[in-house]
Design a protein around this ligand. Sequence first.
Ligand code: GLP
Length: 245
Amino acid sequence: EVLVLPTSADVARRAAEVVLEGLAAARGAGPVLGLATGSSPLGLYAELAGAVRAGRLDLSAATGFALDEYVGLPAGHPQTYREVLLREVCAPLGLAPERLHVPDGSGRTEQELVAAAAEYERLITEAGGVDVQILGIGANGHLGFNEPGSSLSSRTRVKRLSDRTRHDNARFFDGPDDVPTHCVTQGLGTVLDARRLVLVASGPTKAAAIAAALEGPLSASCPASVLQWHPDATAVLDEAAATQL
Ligand code: GLP
């Protein structure tokens, strides 16, 4: 389903409703929420925090799984996705920090990182899978850190970041050279296993990627095109992100 709304504030409000509906349908001890980083979902997280304050959402028994993490940043670095999600999600939404899972990007050898990726897949399975996965989209169509060319059935693994993504994310660091070169990311196959996908995108820089993802061929050249394959995927867009549809 593709929903186009006038502004990014409308996107945040409507996407929050889609997330709440998905979490209400969750079975098991507590809902399992898949979490994206980046600027796109921040308004959505703020809306969900409002729902918590209003008593419409309780995440005290919930589990969270991040999509991805940088490799090689020191523990506690403010731009690790663990720290970002502790700030943007755990504190305002009342998700217990010990139930926030983020891929471990601290390994120093390939072997350690490969083991961390396998452990992450095991944890998601053990939790019963993700009920609602929140997603943003990269300007090059990446999903999580699955860059163009990623296998459509990939699982959590180590990936090299593209120059475009490192350039796009340089705003969070002192400069482009400080952006890590590698990451551990859920695979596209891992993302597709979530029971509901909710993608949010705003602004003209996402318009081409959105058109390729939603109306282009299902192709590894636009990783976000896997949304077309999912039985319960909703893209919530502002008008600027929808101009090429
Ligand atoms: C980041 C993240 C993605 C995110 C994307 C878009 O690098 N790994 O999960 O969706 O790039 O970021 P933004 O929302 O800031 O445009």
